[in-house]
Design a protein around this ligand. Structure first.
Ligand code: PMV
Length: 312
């Protein structure tokens, strides 16, 4: 038996979404987490083997707190369903880079909870699962907006505003993106804290930037729904500039964004928490290869091409 959760891409609105502005995010089908289960020996408790990080965790007692996100996710799920610790082995495999702004944490939690549900015959609905994944996200991010868990659990492109029901977006035409990894791991916890600190010390200036990003996201929605990729590209560029002003970009990310635009991308921006991680570039599929080789020359360590359309 196995369960899966996809990575995600924030198209626009990251950081400002923490302050109540909208964000647009979509599943990223090139990368995913898979969790397989098999029965454990009687009395062995729950074993979680995270093959990509080399972690092997043993949960044997309800009363113990284990401190890591995987154990917390499993315990939270069992608590929600009033289930005792099962004799079970969960094998976690992920192709999503950690600290890449692609939702690795939320995807691991989602796949793990789904597989626990399958193994125990007690699956949760997405509506039940989403707040549980959010709770584990708090360990990773401190004050997450909820955009990551929402897009990963529902697995569709969403318009997300903190505290509101997510809306499914209808794209006028599919978009093609290149996702390029700077190879530098970012800490969303740190970049979110950095923005918070600036928000406290330079409220008027930062509020202006957050409002500006919110207005860009509204333009992005109009562009996406109309299938106007030129306009969407302009929004990406302006959103990246605002994120630079917020102080969450890095020279490596800026280099990748510039290389993509110079090579003919319709627009490019960092995606996710920043401080490292990935950029996304909106491209015409016919000329994507040119942008891809420019990104590679500018230092991208991985480049994925993906197409996103409504409901995906
Ligand atoms: O997990 P990441 O790196 O994709 O970042 C999430 C997006 C932020 O807006 C920076 C934080 C949040 O909670 O929404």
């Amino acid at each position: 038996m196995s369960s899966r959760a996809l990575a995600k891409i924030i198209l626009c609105g990251e950081h400002a979404v923490v302050y109540g502005q909208p964000a647009i995010a979509a599943p990223f089908e090139a990368l995913c987490v898979t969790v397989e289960s098999q029965p454990g020996e009687s009395g062995s408790g729950l074993t979680i083997r995270a093959h990509d990080t080399g972690q092997e965790l043993h949960i044997v007692s309800d009363n113990e707190t284990y401190g890591d996100a995987l154990s917390y996710a499993a315990q939270l799920f069992l608590l929600e369903l009033h289930m005792p610790i099962p004799d079970l082995i969960l094998d976690v495999h992920s192709t999503i880079p950690i600290g890449g702004g692609l939702g690795s944490g939320a995807a691991v939690t989602t796949a793990l909870m789904r597989e626990l549900g399958v193994a125990l015959g007690k699956s949760l609905t997405n509506e039940q699962l989403n707040p549980l994944v959010y709770e584990v996200e708090m360990l990773h991010h401190g004050t997450p907006s909820g955009v990551d868990n929402t897009v990963i659990v529902y697995e569709r492109a969403v318009w997300f505003v903190r505290g509101q029901e997510p809306q499914t977006l209808t794209f006028g035409a599919p978009i093609t993106l290149l996702v390029a990894d700077s190879g530098i791991r970012g800490s969303t916890l740190e970049t979110v804290a950095h923005v918070r600190q600036r928000y406290e010390s330079e409220r008027a200036r930062v509020q202006l930037l957050l409002d500006q990003i919110g207005s860009l996201v509204k333009h992005a929605r109009i562009a996406l729904e109309a299938g106007n990729h030129w306009q969407l590209g302009q929004v990406f560029n302006a959103n990246h500039a605002a994120l630079c002003e917020l102080g969450v970009s890095t020279p490596a990310l800026d280099r990748l964004v510039q290389a993509a635009v110079d090579a003919g991308a319709q627009g490019a921006k960092l995606s996710g928490g920043g401080g490292g991680g990935n950029i996304i570039a909106l491209v015409d599929p016919a000329t994507a290869h040119k942008v891809s080789s420019a990104l590679s020359q500018a230092g991208a360590v991985y480049i994925w091409q993906t197409s996103i359309s409504s409901g995906s």
